[in-house]
Design a protein around this ligand. Structure first.
Ligand SMILES: [Zn+2]
Length: 685
């Protein structure tokens, strides 16, 4: 197959979803990988000048086709996961991964980037180009490229051992999770549990060939028991089993080889060694280098300030919970395994409203129209239907234009769940903005959700949570589409710091709570009436239920994670459990029992990529709330001056400027947690 006949290799405009078939994948990707390898070969040759146009720009432009074609394949694998597409994707996945791994380790590329940085030309590059060169050098440096030759084998060995330890940590946790089962044979023991939870447990039992109901430590089984089961002993047993997974404690089902304790110690030792080799004081500094936050001290100060402000509200939440447990449920000796159960009962008593009733007001045409109206009012742009080849008949395609009719970007919207579509909601890029010969390449995005499709000739209705999800993903989409970036490496969401990437998405969620916006985007599926004020008030009241307690819990994990990676000595006397106890003394209101081994199941930081990065959740919430507060201070969620400034200083900048500079240019000051605290009902009136 030639370029002319393989539609995956057609980059002239929109992806050819009308023509692309699984059999196109192997020939197209194989060719693009080969082209990429020979391009890298020629760009790293001694004779190639280390200039922007001959090297860095040529590399980025030259590999764009591979990124776009593989992006289409990955997208189709996610939204149309039929056997033929799964096979085509999986066949090429190892090849593509290997290509990018090699790219990141190619020291000849590193040398060229360094030569470019050291050349007189560097000073003449624009801000975007400089940022790309700096990012590349930083990433190579963090990968050990600058180490003396004799140290490189040790560094490589550390990296490999760390990735094995991370995998083992997760495996131990999974094995421990899977090993436990609670079988109930007397239905009376299951009082309080909703039918769906009982049915699921019944099915698990049947599959195992046993009578009764079988409960496990997996969230869909464990969660409902803790939340709804009236049987306190059942909750206590499952809580203990859950809290002691992958620990040294003999809980009756665990095996000593699943203990994650020694792994944590080893992981922390190796991370520290890695950091020291790279010339940093500790691993937290390594983790923060490519992030928005500057130093561990700054992050800890941020978290502690927030904890200090949230703790009185958390204590109030806790007191309320204890009082309700005692007065209404007769639980005088409140225990941690009562927390979810009592909370559920308290919420029902205080803030009950029917999510089902709310759903009747959020009909699809109103919600989608409401989203577009927010975008139009906020940024002075237009969203219009457009046409393109699509991968499924339900997919819609739109364009964003300036009032003068100039195209800004385009996006696909694939809202409904299908059997062949991966779960959840996500935004992805189909093409990024850049300057090229003859003009500007305009960006294109995919917005994917998993909402229920319309039935019975009526429009689809969405829960309020689903509406928030749609706005969230649209926020990521706007970050990609409204960029003014002209270089691929920092255009749109490219190159945006990891702890700042959720700012534009969470920002958009605020509009789903504006009374004025909700009036315009609701119409009851039968009566056509907008959302009633009384129902809205109940939604608002429920929104901040226990927000103090939830905040200090997240802060406890974040402070523990940061201190573990900046001040804890894994070889010292003090244990990981000692450290979390210290953190709890400082911030927690609901203190787990002595035998609780939370760190042993903290996969985010030991089995995943969140080490010295767990704070990012709260950090991004603070940023987005603080940005939204600028509109509140102006007295208008659509204030045109503030909207333009948000677009100019944050959205359109993408990764071309550090996120903190973007924020300060928009807000005129450093971020403050006050807006988030106020939005969560935690500013004392
Ligand atoms: Zn997001």
């Amino acid at each position: 197959m030639t370029n002319a006949t393989n539609p995956l290799l057609d980059f002239t405009d929109l992806p050819r979803f009308d023509l692309i078939q699984p059999e196109h994948v192997k020939p197209a990707i194989t060719q693009l990988l080969a082209d990429g390898r020979s391009l890298i070969e020629s760009l790293t040759a001694e004779g190639t000048p280390a200039t922007w146009s001959d090297f860095a720009g040529a590399l980025s432009d030259g590999l764009e086709g591979l990124g776009r074609a593989w992006g289409v394949v990955g997208h189709l694998h996610s939204v149309n996961d039929v056997p033929a597409w799964r096979e085509a994707y999986n066949e090429m996945l190892p090849e593509v991964s290997r290509f990018y791994t090699e790219l990141g380790q190619n020291l000849k590329l590193f040398d060229k980037y360094r030569a470019l940085k050291a050349s007189p030309e560097y000073a003449t590059l624009n801000a975007e180009q400089k940022k790309i060169v700096d990012n590349e050098i930083r990433d190579f440096r963090l990968g050990g490229a600058e180490l003396p030759e004799e140290q490189k084998p040790r560094f490589q060995a550390i990296m490999e051992e760390l990735s094995q330890l991370a995998a083992k940590f997760s495996e131990n946790l999974l094995d421990a999770t899977n090993a436990f089962a609670e079988v109930v044979t007397d239905e009376a023991q299951l009082a309080g549990l909703p039918d769906y939870a009982k049915e699921a447990a019944r099915e698990v039992a049947q599959k195992a060939g046993i009578d009764g109901w079988k409960f496990t430590l997996h969230a869909p089984s464990y969660g409902p028991v803790m939340q709804y089961a009236d049987n306190r002993e059942l909750r206590a047993r499952m809580y203990r089993a859950y809290a002691t997974r992958a620990a040294e404690i003999d809980n009756g089902y665990s095996k000593p080889e699943w203990d994650n304790g020694p792994l944590m110690k080893r992981i922390l030792e190796l991370r520290e060694e890695d950091a020291k080799m790279l010339g940093f004081a500790n691993f937290a500094e390594v983790s923060l280098l490519p992030k928005m936050a500057d130093t561990p001290v700054q992050v800890l100060a941020f978290l502690r300030d927030m904890a200090k402000k949230a703790k009185p509200f958390a204590e109030k939440d806790m007191a309320e919970l204890l009082a309700f447990a005692k007065d209404e449920l007769g639980i005088a000796d409140f225990q941690p395994w009562d927390a979810a159960y009592v909370s559920e009962k308290l919420q029902q008593a205080r803030y009950a409203f029917s999510a089902q009733e709310v759903k009747q007001y959020f009909i699809e045409p109103k919600v989608v129209g409401g989203l577009f109206k927010v975008i139009e009012s906020l940024f002075g742009l237009l969203v219009k239907p457009d046409t393109a080849p699509v991968w499924h008949e339900d997919v819609r395609f739109y364009r964003i234009e300036t009032p003068a009719g100039e195209l800004v970007g385009q996006f696909y919207m694939d809202l409904y769940a299908r059997e062949t579509k991966r779960g959840g909601a996500w935004m992805d890029e189909a093409r990024s903005r850049k300057h090229q010969a003859g003009g500007v390449q305009k960006p294109i995005a995919y917005l994917n959700c998993n909402f229920a499709r319309p039935v019975g000739g009526k429009p689809a209705t969405f829960t309020h949570d689903e509406v928030i999800t749609l706005f969230h993903e649209a926020g990521h989409g706007l970050h990609h589409l409204l960029t003014r970036g002209t270089e691929l490496g920092v255009s749109g969401i490219h190159g945006v710091e990891w702890d700042a990437v959720e700012l534009p998405s969470q920002f958009m969620e605020n509009y789903c709570w504006e009374w004025e916006v909700l009036q315009g985007m609701t119409a009851h599926v039968d009566s056509g009436e907008p959302l009633p004020r009384a129902l809205y008030d109940k939604m608002l009241a429920a929104k901040n239920f226990q927000s103090g307690m939830m905040t200090v819990r997240q802060l406890e994990f974040s402070i523990f994670d940061m201190r573990l990676h900046c001040e804890f000595d894994p070889k010292g006397e003090r244990t990981v459990m000692d450290l979390i106890r210290e953190v709890r003394d400082e911030v927690a209101v609901l203190v787990p029992p002595e035998w609780h081994r939370f760190p042993n199941s903290f996969s985010h930081i030991f089995g995943g990529g969140y080490a010295a990065g767990y704070y990012s959740y709260k950090w991004a919430e603070v940023l987005s709330a603080d940005c939204y507060a600028a509109f509140e201070e102006a007295g208008n969620p659509f204030d045109p001056v503030v909207g333009k400034r948000y677009l100019d200083e944050i959205l359109s900048k993408g990764g071309s400027r550090p996120a903190l500079e973007n924020f300060k240019a928009f807000r005129g000051r450093e971020p403050s947690p006050d807006a988030l605290l106020r939005h969560s009902g935690m500013i004392a009136a």
